[in-house]
Design a protein around this ligand. Structure first.
Ligand code: SF4
Length: 465
């Protein structure tokens, strides 16, 4: 190691401060990616980086990517096309690609976008500061190599990162990662191939992080994992997911708790009971169903039938009458017929989800479904999606109307003083966004009466009582 390298490693903090000080991170995809970006920000914040909202102002541009759907992956390619000009204008700007597309596409990305400086997968976020330093060191070399860190960290004791908001921030809510990867091999899903096998985080680390967040003013936490219901199952002696929820209620002063995502096959009675006995668990569940057709569910390798799903929802509603459900749906899966699609609409009518996230099927690399012929014509897929969204809007409108006149405990998330009518925005226990008038502060939990219900938004007034 040269003297300069020693200086750089000893004083990397100052070395980094001296140059790349402004960071722009664009996040694609799910809450898991949002949390990964928060981790990147937290690491860079500790190095004195300032966040900027526009790529053209940054010295370091990171794209945290998603490959769950083809469309999401395409968006990243067009973003990279745009920053090509920035890089041409200012070669010192560092451009990095993180996340699932980085893990999946590596070489192909470099062929198409040779100006990329850094590529790293979801398991390597904790190395970000060192990776940036490697890019800088690399610049002085004649044969400049792209810095790459991909592949899965297969250790059972995988080190999850703590993400705390900066001292001067006091957000009302936060995500806490409890698990990485997934052991289910749903035939349409690329996640196990880009995020690896499931690893559960030790419960004490989760509790410590929540306690630290509560100290910073966080009132509501959403536990994150690809299939939180299977938390701990692979680790002999670990608490179960229901046990984890119970421990959080006992050992922290958190006010509100949610989780996502659940796999219907793994929702067991002890979890359902938590909704009844756990004072901080909110009555809401994101429960992806994907299709209402048993034949399609089998092809998707989901391991439940539409009847199983409906029984589960009915059971939950019997025990937790006001529980709210959201879901994911895929239309146009290979071989999906009109009858299969009609079964999905029937399931929607039966369950009456408060929110659905609907997507047109697109084949993803490595997956089983990609071996099937993608035989549903694009125009049929588009029409089915349109009809499905219309049905969803109708159901949401009716569900919203049913909330009129009711009073909910709302966690205040945002204040927009310029909006004179409804300056406050928060969420009900069922995770519905409500805009309202009142006198409160971000982070307060206040009673709000719903006075107006649009198809996709709710308006209210703070209840004085
Ligand atoms: S449960 Fe299925 S859909 Fe969800 S992340 Fe795992 S493989 Fe993908």
């Amino acid at each position: 190691m040269t003297f300069v390298h020693v200086l750089r490693s000893r004083f990397s903090f100052f070395w980094l401060r001296a140059d790349y000080m402004k960071v722009y991170i664009k996040t694609f995809g799910c809450q898991m990616n949002e949390q990964d970006s928060a981790q990147m920000f937290a690491l860079l914040d500790g190095q004195g980086y300032e966040r900027v909202d526009e790529a053209c102002l940054a010295d370091l541009i990171l794209f945290n990517t998603c490959s769950v759907r083809e469309k999401a992956a395409q968006k990243i390619f067009s973003e990279l096309g745009r920053v090509r000009l920035l890089k041409a204008d200012n070669p010192s700007v560092i451009i990095g690609v993180a996340g699932c597309v980085a893990e999946q596409e590596k070489e192909r990305l470099l062929v198409r976008f040779p100006f990329i400086d850094l590529i790293f997968g979801p398991d390597h976020i904790r190395h970000l500061v060192n990776l940036i330093e490697a890019v800088k060191n690399n610049r002085s070399c004649k044969d400049k190599q792209v810095v790459q860190k991909t592949g899965f960290d297969l250790r059972k004791d995988f080190e999850f990162l703590n993400v705390l908001p900066a001292e001067n921030e006091s957000p009302a809510k936060a995500f806490v990662t409890i698990q990485k990867g997934c052991d289910n091999i749903c035939s349409f899903c690329i996640v196990p191939f880009v995020r690896g096998r499931e690893v559960s985080r030790p419960h004490q680390a989760i509790i410590d992080e929540i306690n630290a967040l509560v100290e910073r003013g966080v009132k509501e936490v959403t536990l994150l994992g690809q299939n939180v219901n299977s938390y701990g199952l692979k680790n002999p002696g670990s608490v179960s997911f229901a046990g984890l929820l119970e421990l959080i209620a006992q050992k922290t002063k958190l006010k509100r708790l949610r989780f996502t995502t659940s796999h219907p096959k793994d929702v067991k009675d002890d979890l359902i009971d938590q909704y009844v006995v756990n004072p901080i668990l909110l009555p809401q569940m994101h429960l992806p169903v994907q299709s209402g057709s048993d034949r399609i569910l089998k092809l998707m390798r989901r391991q439940y039938t539409a009847g199983d799903y409906r029984s589960l929802v009915e059971n939950l509603r019997r025990k937790v009458p006001h529980i709210s459900f959201s879901t994911d749906l895929i239309v146009g899966f290979p071989t999906e017929t009109d009858d299969d699609y009609a079964a999905t609409l029937r399931l929607m009518d039966a369950v009456r989800f408060d929110q659905t996230f609907s997507f047109v099927y697109s084949p993803r690399p490595y997956t089983r479904a990609a071996e099937l012929e993608d035989d549903v014509p694009q125009e049929v897929k588009a029409l089915r999606l349109k009809q499905l969204l219309e049905r969803d809007t109708q159901i949401t409108r009716e569900n919203n109307q049913a909330m009129l006149g009711r009073i909910y405990d709302v966690l205040v998330e945002k204040i927009d003083k310029e909006n004179e009518g409804h300056p406050f925005t928060g969420r009900t226990p069922s995770n519905r966004i409500v805009h309202f008038a009142g006198a409160c502060q971000a982070g307060d939990i206040v009673s709000v009466k719903i006075v107006k219900a649009n198809p996709h938004s709710l308006f209210g007034e703070q209840n004085a009582a």
